[in-house]
Design a protein around this ligand. Structure first.
Ligand SMILES: Cc1ncc(COP(=O)(O)O)c(C=O)c1O
Length: 423
């Protein structure tokens, strides 16, 4: 990093030159905070709020007619949003739908693909977000398969990252599904989706991904990569609001796989209201919808996607890479007592950076108290997500400057709870 300029003025200059500068005015940051937690909950944006309000108004003005007469009709929300999500995920429109929540989608997809596969094992990894394991273990149990034997956990060599080799070591002829995150929630490593998909396919298994930490921040090419299925949420980088509708992808080659959790919202449209007791899944991802779409948790996604589309996912990704590169550079330059737990190569980095410090919990609380919103992931990670939608290089500079001041003043000491690991 010979040409790295860690000055505040250089940060300002980078922001002045950045292509996405205009986006941040469309979002509200609570107080005067520097908000680096967009990978937990993205910020309120006026575009999302407008399409939410539109749905509320339609409820008032149209009542039940809004299912078919509203613009766009509520009845079609899942498919319409799916078409647009496909555009940012490298998928065909029929391969995506907005529906359910991430955890529910893991249940139905892993369950469905487990039934369709020859093998009986699911490969995950030891650094996964817990809900993935909870859901898959319960799917295994429901089939009379002991999760302790049939959930195979790929190991990390360094406690931070997962390599395709580690996945390969866990895969066998018994593998039904390899289910991995695109980005690890703690370290921020962007996994090699193509390589992991190939490993799964070479062993006759399906490849599924949890895109919670990449959708809206990373450009994907799901169809071309041959990914079999994927799930995600839209309340992180997509900024569609707390608990906003989830989404799922099913590759068109797998349109014959049956949803594990069937429900009338996944029935083909033409016969849904004939009220037959025989389920006829709609063609494609739409067949994996379960119950009535939660209109008010899906409506904001229309506006949120307007923002993504206007900026372009490639532009968003390159701004994100610039912000995380800059953050890593500043940590190296100004925070020698911290280490960076995120891979340094851009192609292995998602949208956030893990700064490791033995007292990460206390440091995180001190930062929040000083108006820098970050989160703590035990045992030693301060997660900083400079969301490309509303965070600039100068915000990153100010956050690191505040962290420097906290460490210089030992200000984090008063935030110790006594429960955390201090090594
Ligand atoms: C990787 C990952 N998967 C799933 C979830 C949560 O799923 P749900 O939206 O069902 O609560 C999270 C939440 O942060 C996550 O980080």
């Amino acid at each position: 990093m010979d040409d790295f300029d860690g000055s505040q003025s250089a940060a300002r200059m980078r922001d002045a030159e950045a292509a996405l500068t205009g986006l941040r005015e469309r979002f509200e940051t609570p107080g005067d905070a520097i908000y680096l937690d967009g990978n937990s909950l993205g910020l309120y944006g006026e575009d999302a709020a407008e399409t939410l309000q539109r749905a509320v108004d339609q409820w008032r003005d149209l009542g039940i007619e809004a299912w078919t007469e509203a613009d766009p009709p509520w009845f079609d929300y899942g498919e319409l949003l799916g078409d647009r999500l496909a555009g940012i995920l490298g998928a065909k429109p029929a391969e995506c739908v907005a529906a359910n929540s991430t955890t529910v989608n893991i249940h139905t997809l892993v369950g469905g693909f487990l039934d369709a596969a020859d093998g009986t094992e699911v490969v995950v990894n030891e650094l996964d977000f817990p809900t993935d394991h909870y859901a898959i273990r319960s799917q295994l149990r429901a089939r009379g398969l002991d999760p302790d034997d049939h959930l195979v956990v790929a190991e990390s060599e360094d406690g931070r990252t997962i390599t395709p080799d580690a996945v390969e070591a866990a895969v066998s002829e018994e593998t039904a599904v390899v289910f991995m995150p695109s980005v690890l929630y703690r370290s921020g490593q962007l996994l090699d989706v193509d390589a992991i998909t190939d490993v799964a396919h070479e062993h006759g298994a399906y490849a599924g991904f949890d895109l919670a930490h990449s959708v809206g921040a990373v450009d994907h090419d799901l169809h071309r990569a041959g990914v079999d299925f994927a799930v995600w949420c839209s309340y992180k980088y997509l900024n569609a609001g707390p608990g906003a509708v989830g989404g799922l992808f099913v590759h068109e080659e797998n349109f014959d796989v049956d949803p594990h959790l069937a429900g009338w919202w996944g029935n083909e449209d033409d016969t849904q209201f004939e009220m037959r007791h025989e389920f006829r899944p709609a063609e494609g991802a739409a067949g994996w919808q379960i119950g009535t779409v939660n209109v008010f948790s899906a409506a904001p996604l229309f506006g949120a996607l307007d923002v993504v589309e206007a900026a372009g996912i490639d532009e968003i990704r390159s701004h994100s890479v610039s912000l995380t590169w800059y953050l890593v550079g500043l940590v190296d330059e100004r925070l020698p007592e911290c280490s960076v737990g995120t891979p340094r190569e851009a192609e292995r980095r998602g949208g956030h950076v893990a700064i490791e410090h033995p007292e990460a919990g206390a440091v995180s609380r001190a930062l929040r108290d000083r108006g820098v919103v970050v989160d703590y992931r035990p045992p030693n990670v301060v997660r900083l997500a400079p969301s490309p939608y509303y965070v600039g290089h100068e915000d990153v500079w100010l956050a690191v400057d505040e962290l420097r001041a906290i460490l210089d003043e030992d200000a984090h000491e008063q935030y110790r709870t006594g429960e955390e690991t201090v090594t």
